[in-house]
Design a protein. Structure first.
Ligand code: B12
Ligand code: SF4
Ligand code: SF4
Length: 239
C-alpha cells in the first residue's frame, strides 16, 4: 500500500508546489451533488495540489500577462492530475481527475452563478493547504492567495492531513471587501453576477482576459502569512 508521504512526493515531482490529502467525511457540509462521492461514488480520498503564480505577475498594469499565466497554470494543474492518474494506477489505485477550472455543469443563468463539479478552494482547505479568506480565496501559509488549485479523487483511503487552524484572516480586516469595485463580496461568498460583469472581457478574437483581481491583490496575505505585502496594509485599513 502506498503512503500519503509517497503520494505527495509523486505529486511534487510532477511539478506541484504543495500537496495535501483530505478524507471524504470533511465534505459532509458541501451541497448535495457537489461532494466527491457525487462525482465518483468509489471516492475515499481527495488529493489536492497547488501551483504558485509568480508574485509580480499580478502587479503588471497590462492584464495580458496575468491572464495568460493563469491559463498556463490551469493547464499545468490539469496535466499534473492526468499524470498522477497514470502513476497511481501502477499502485492499483483508481483515480478520477477533477477539472481545475472549466468545464463545469451547474449554471444558474439568471444569477450568472456557476459551481465547479467540486469547489477546489473548499477541497484545499479540507486537505490542510490553508484557510479561506473573506475574499473566499484559499490562503496558503507559504504562498498566500497567489495559488491555483488542482485535485484528483482516489478509490483508496489515504491518511489525511490536519486542517489548518492556527491562522485566520486579520481580525477586523476588510481590505478585500472594500477594494471590490462592484461590491461583489459580502465576507461569505461572491455575488458572481457582479464579479463576472467586471472581472472578465471576451476579446473580439474569442479569448477571455481577466480585467480585475483587486480582492486578491490588496490582501496583506497575498504572498503568504510571513510575507505581508508591503504598502497595502496600514492600521487605517482595519476596523
Ligand atoms: C465559478 C468560479 C468563479 C466565480 C465564483 C468564485 C467563487 N469564489 O466561488 C467567479 C467568476 C466570481 C470567479 C472569480 C475568480 N476566480 Co474563480 N473559479 C470558479 C470555479 C470554476 C468554481 C467555484 C465555485 O464552484 N463556486 C461556487 C461555490 C463553491 O461558491 P458558493 O456559491 O459561495 O458556495 C457556497 C456553498 O455552496 C458552500 N459550498 C460549496 N461547496 C462546498 C464544499 C464544502 C466542503 C463546504 C463546507 C461548503 C461548500 O459554501 C459556499 C459558501 O456558502 C473555481 C474552480 C473550482 N472548481 O472550484 C474557480 C476558482 C475559485 N477561481 C479562482 C480564481 C483565481 C479566481 C479569480 C482570482 C480570477 C481573477 N479574476 O483573477 C477571481 C476571484 C474572485 C473571488 N473573490 O472569488 C481559483 C481560486 C484560487 C484560490 N487561491 O482560492 C479557483 C479555485 C480556480 C483554481 N482551480 O485555482 N471564479
Ligand atoms: S475579482 Fe474584482 S470584481 Fe471580482 S470579487 Fe474580486 S475585486 Fe470584485
Ligand atoms: S484582505 Fe483581509 S479580510 Fe480579505 S482575505 Fe485578506 S486578510 Fe482576509
Amino acid at each position: 500500500m502506498i503512503s500519503a508521504k509517497e503520494i505527495k512526493s509523486i505529486v511534487l515531482n510532477l511539478g506541484a508546489d504543495k500537496c495535501g490529502i483530505s478524507g471524504i467525511d470533511r465534505f459532509y457540509s458541501a451541497p448535495e451533488g457537489f461532494r466527491p462521492t457525487d462525482i465518483y461514488s468509489n471516492c475515499k480520498s481527495v488529493v489536492v495540489f497547488l501551483k504558485k503564480m509568480p508574485s509580480e505577475v499580478i502587479m503588471a498594469e497590462n492584464p495580458v500577462p496575468y491572464s495568460h499565466t493563469a491559463d498556463l497554470l490551469y493547464s499545468a494543474l490539469d496535466q499534473i492530475g492526468l499524470n498522477l492518474c497514470s502513476k497511481l494506477e501502477e499502485f492499483n489505485i483508481q483515480v478520477v481527475p477533477v477539472v481545475t477550472d472549466v468545464p463545469y455543469i451547474h449554471w444558474d443563468a439568471e444569477n450568472q452563478h456557476a459551481m465547479g463539479i467540486i469547489s477546489m478552494r473548499h477541497a484545499a482547505f479540507n486537505a490542510g493547504l490553508g484557510i479561506l479568506g473573506r475574499n473566499t480565496l484559499l490562503i496558503n501559509r507559504e504562498y498566500g492567495n497567489m495559488v491555483y488549485i488542482g485535485a484528483v479523487l482516489l478509490d483508496t483511503e489515504i491518511e489525511p492531513d490536519p486542517v489548518v487552524d492556527d491562522f485566520c484572516c486579520l481580525p477586523g480586516c476588510r481590505l478585500c471587501l472594500d477594494a471590490c469595485p462592484v461590491k461583489a463580496l459580502n465576507g461569505i461568498t461572491v455575488i458572481q453576477k457582479r464579479c463576472r460583469g467586471f472581472s472578465f472581457i471576451q476579446h473580439p478574437r474569442g479569448w477571455e482576459i481577466y480585467t480585475c483581481n483587486a480582492c486578491r491583490k490588496v490582501c496583506p496575505y497575498r504572498n503568504g502569512i510571513s510575507r505581508k505585502s508591503a504598502g497595502v496594509f496600514t492600521e487605517n485599513n482595519i476596523d
